[in-house]
Write a new protein. Sequence first.
Length: 422
Amino acid sequence: MKYREMSREQLQKEKQLLENKYEEYCAMGLKLDLSRGKPNGEQLDVSEGFYTLSMQKPLCMSGNMDCRNYGVLEGLPEMRAFFADLLGVPKENILIGGNSSLQLMFDSLMRALVFGFFNSPKPWLQEEKRKWICVVPGYDRHFRITEQLGFELISVDMKEDGPDMDAVEALVKDPAVKGIWCVPKYSNPTGNTYTEEIVRRLAKMECAAPDFRIMWDNAYAVHDLNEKGDILPDIFAIAKEYGNEDRILYFSSTSKITLPGAGVAMMAASEANRKQILPILGSQTIGYDKINQLRHIHFFENSERVHAHMMRLGRMIGHKFAKTLGTLESLAPMDIAEWTKPNGGYFITLKLKTGSAKRVYDLMARAGVVLTPAGATHPHGIDPTDSVLRLAPTYPSHEELQLGCEVLSVCVRLAAIETLLK
């Protein structure tokens, strides 16, 4: 029965039952973590042999080059070809980094602040105002970068097909608006994928800032839960149609393909962007870890092996998504929440009644279940509606996840009733 259709007496009775159950969970001394989107040991074991295999192969590639030594600033040609095949991005656009795509994003904005882009009127630090578009719900670490670097953060709603482009197109008429964060496939945390119409509007829109940049973080490019995953349109090809390929800075990594602490990150950019980036990058490093690049090349060999590897991971993670979604479906008769049902990625977004996300987070914490803090999906950690929670089902064991979901169900129902009884 829908809670809002219950009498006050019925709600009080339901509240008492839920409080009793909640106290039982609190007495169990639980220590469960549903807070971050990271793989657990079982998923990491899928990359077993990642280190030993690389040591069984020659340490020299690309002619006589010894990969144990300095050099190759752009990354091994084979690693660039690997990402080109995996992502459908031209090899000549690709630069290989270290293990963190987030670091490449931070460095890209730092270069813009200090030097500007090649088409900037001046370095961004010299701009009187700097604004950045943040699609919400979104990725807290993206928001933290632009907040830390002194940008004014402007929220734009995420819709089922991608960002609210009417809002985006209106905002970019302001020359102080310098860019937008995008997680275009299985977006963090909603799990939706941008449609071709959205990608095309991003690529062709007229921006008042000549150096406007789209930070295209394709972190979940191959993270499908089943064979029929979402298809993401090629933003470079579409942007090229409109002469706007310089607008795109594309990022990805193998962090949730192999090992998060030992992945390989990449950035793809137009030739004009690369010509500016490489000399500056050459002042930072003589070259990134080529041995780790070799490990990946030897371990996978081709994109077919990556696909098989990811389908194995997808089956593991898929069971956890199904368990979480099954619990959420049990809330449907009460009509107290909405949630996303992604085909891949690492997250589910739970939208609660206005003003109750922090309450659910606090209830879960007291019961020993850690969630991503309420508000983390919005700039400055402030969700104006206090209604969004990000669920990360990948890390706990199946037993822990089952118990955590049961606690979540009770907390959501309890918070909803408290709201209705006010």
